[in-house]
Each structure stands twice: as C-alpha cells, then as structure tokens.
Design a protein around this ligand. Structure first.
Ligand SMILES: Cc1ncc(COP(=O)(O)O)c(C=O)c1O
Length: 429
C-alpha cells in the first residue's frame, strides 16, 4: 500500500477550534529547556511535582490495580467510595453533610471538570468572565463550548516593581468587574488560591464578587485546586451563604492534593441541580475517570487527616517557598509573597537583557517576559514561565515584567536553581 510521505500535507483539514498555529507557552519553554546546550536545565516552569505522592497513596494504588472491580469502568459520576470520602473530607468546611450521590461528581482532573462545566452551561455567544492573569487552559475549554472570554485584570501592587508585597496586594477593581457584565454574561471563573499569583481572595473580596454574581445570575466556577496549600486563612466562596452556594460549582483536583497530577482525577461539587448537568457532559466527554486511581484517592482522603498529611502539605510547601525566595531577598529583587499554592511571581524589571541578544523570531515577537524566560534558560539553565501568556493581548503589558517559578520541587533542585540564579547579578542594574 502507498504510504503518505512524512512532511506531505494531508488532504484532511482540522476543525478551526484546534487549527490555531501559535506556539503556546508550554511548547516554547519545554522545547527551549530540552534543546539548550546549558544542560541539565533546572526546571521550575510547569507545575508538576518533583517528588512522589505519599507512601500510603502509592500502597493504595498498588492494591487497587489488583482488584477486579477496580479495573473496569467506574460509574460516570465516580466510584461511590471516593464520593463518600470527599464528602467526609469537605462537609466540615460546608457546615453540613455534602450529598455524595448528588452533589459531587468525579472528573478526569480539574481540567476535564472545567471542560464539563463549560459544556454543561455555555452556549454559542455566551460570555465568561475571567480575572487576569488566569490559568491559560480555561480559554480553549471556554471557546470549545462556543463562548467568549471577557477578562478583567487584577491590579498589581502599586510599588510591586520596587518592593516585595503580599500576593494579596493584587486586587480586583470591583467597578471594572461590574462594568464587564453584559446581558450575555453567563459564568465567572474564580481561582483561589491563585495560579500564578499565589493570592488568596479574602472573605471581603469574595463577598463583593459573589454579590455581583447573585444579582446578575452568573454561575460561579471556583477553581480551588490548591485548596490544601494556604498560608493565610482561606475561605471557599460556596460557603459564604445559601444564595452563593446555589450558583457555585467548586472545582478540585485530587492530583494536586496528593502530588499525583498524572493520575488525572479531580471533582466538581455544588448543588445537585447543577452537578447533574456536569455529570452528563463528563459522561459524553470521557464516560468515566480512571477507576483504580479513584479507589486509591478514596483511601488517600480517608487516611490523610489521621496521617497528618494536610498539615504536612502546608508546612512542607511553605518551607520550600521560604527556602527558594531567599534568592530574591539576596538579589534584592521584588516578588509577591504567596498566600497559597506553589507558585511565586518575581518582578524582573531590574534585569537588563543584553542588546542584540539573538532571540529566535518566535520569541522576539513576544512580550519581554518571553525573552527573559528564554534568556534564563539559555544563559543560566533555569526554566520559568512568562506570565504574559496568562493575559488577554490588551493586558499582556501587566504581566511582562514578571516571571513565574514553581517551587513544588525537591529542596536540592531549589538550591541548584538559587545557585544558578545568582548569575543574574551580572545583569541587574
Ligand atoms: C488553577 C489550575 N486549575 C486547574 C488545573 C488543572 O488541574 P488538574 O491537573 O487536576 O487537571 C491547574 C493545573 O496546573 C491549575 O493550575
């Protein structure tokens, strides 16, 4: 049979929703990190853990894959044991028993949970409010459902270019938020603890946001995948009042909770009337999520509290933050002190890039933070993420002086990164 030669153009055209040709930040940074002669690169870019899940979770997964009932399809809304374990783990925050049958549905990571929410509630022409910077994967999920993104930027701290601030000092202009609402606004996506800023929205901020959503019948999707990593008090927006709970779906990630992002298990919880439609969409997208890993996470949730795992998560990650951020204090570079999560954003306006540095065209055409990221990889061998990718084109200038580092790495990696980042001294004015 005749073979299609590699490089030959296929006669079959892709759908426009996947045909876009611009390289996203992950392909640019991962490719640069893989090809730089400055190997091995210390990779603080993508937010994957540099260490294994806790042993009790690994043991649970090993025993689950031996079990006949775990190796076949799970129910679309998830294995009953996991829904019950999540209900037991989260009911205390809600102050009432969350119904494992109707108020929780298991998804293939929070990402697919979000796609299911979009497919369940968005129609062609609807508008979705995002607060910038935002987790970039939201965009394609919203657009796949036919809706349009409308974004409102969080304002950086006024002296963020010269002084270290709390990540909480990135603030929402509530009047701008209100002004962004149109008759087509259907959904708000909130993210707290926030990626990339490390901000935790205060109860006061959440109340202001929630009031606007209640008044305008806007569905709140609260992405709380970093909910076990908070260094200041953390409020879940759904728990503010019965009115807010009625319009809120909370998105979570067992993968993030237990350092196992590759296991692809997350969940959506909220009122039964809303969750039923998320389950319907999820069943169409992938039918169900990995069954043995759901069982393992069920055991994980059952044992986490008694193993002291949740407290350990906070103290370990906070320790990593302190260890790594010493370098910015040493270099006298301002950063946003994270209130939660495992990312830190650092202001790089003091770094002067050499004139006529040979950036490749696909980097040259991007905002300054892409050039900084490229430079860090090539010259210092450290990979980080340029946050302008997490903005709409009109607001990319807000992000282009910052760089995002993921600290969910072994301490030895953080120390190696710090040693290399000392090389920045030569470029700081
Ligand atoms: C804010 C946010 N939401 C969702 C996700 C995706 O979570 P999951 O791995 O469970 O799909 C991520 C992953 O980086 C994230 O940062």
């Amino acid at each position: 049979m005749a073979q299609l030669k590699s490089g030959t153009k296929s006669p079959i055209q892709p759908a426009s929703r996947v045909a876009g040709s611009t390289m996203d930040v992950w392909s640019i940074i991962n490719a640069a990190a893989a090809t730089t002669p400055n190997q091995p690169v210390v990779n603080m870019g993508q937010g994957f853990f540099g260490y294994n899940p806790p042993q009790f979770l690994i043991d649970a997964a090993k025993s689950a894959v031996e079990r006949l009932d775990c190796n076949q399809y799970a129910p679309p809304k998830g294995r009953p044991r996991l829904r019950e374990a999540i209900s037991n783990a989260y009911s205390p925050f809600w102050g009432r028993k969350l119904c494992p049958e109707t108020e929780i549905t298991i998804t293939t990571g929070a990402n697919e949970g979000f796609l299911s929410c979009c497919m369940a509630f968005l129609q062609e022409g609807d508008e979705v409010l995002l607060l910038e910077p935002f987790f970039d994967q939201y965009i394609s999920n919203i657009e796949m459902a036919g809706a349009k993104v409308v974004s409102v930027p969080l304002q950086p701290p006024k002296s963020g270019m010269t002084k270290t601030h709390s990540a909480g000092d990135w603030t929402l202009d509530i009047a701008a938020f209100r002004n962004a609402i149109t008759p087509r606004t259907r959904m708000l996506v909130l993210n707290t603890p926030h990626n990339p800023l490390g901000k935790i929205f205060t109860t006061k901020e959440l109340k202001l946001i929630a009031d606007v959503c209640v008044q305008n019948n806007i569905l709140i999707i609260s992405d709380e995948v970093y909910d076990r990593l908070f260094y200041v008090p953390f409020t879940r927006i759904a728990t503010l009042s019965p009115e807010v709970e009625k319009i809120t779906l909370t998105l979570s990630s067992a993968g993030k909770n237990f350092y196992a992002t590759g296991w692809r298990v997350g969940w959506v919880m909220g009122p039964a009337e809303l969750v039923q439609y998320v389950t319907k969409a999820h069943a169409r997208i992938c039918y169900c999520s990995p069954s043995p890993l759901q069982e393992a996470f069920a055991i994980g949730f059952e044992q986490a509290e008694e193993n002291g795992f949740w407290n350990e998560c906070v103290s370990d990650m906070k320790g990593k933050m302190n260890l790594f951020n010493d370098i910015w204090r040493e270099l006298d570079m301002p950063y946003s002190e994270p209130e939660g999560g495992y990312f830190v954003v650092v202001n790089m306006s003091k770094v002067t890039l050499p004139e006529n540095y040979p950036f490749p065209p696909h980097v040259q055409e991007r905002p300054r933070d892409f050039k900084l990221a490229w430079f860090l990889i090539q010259e210092l061998g450290v990979a980080a993420i340029p946050p302008s990718e997490f903005y709409s084109p009109a607001n990319q200038h807000i992000g282009e002086q910052w760089m995002r580092f993921a600290v969910c790495k072994p301490d030895s990696v953080l120390e190696a990164a710090k040693e290399r980042l000392r090389g920045l001294k030569a470029y700081i004015s």
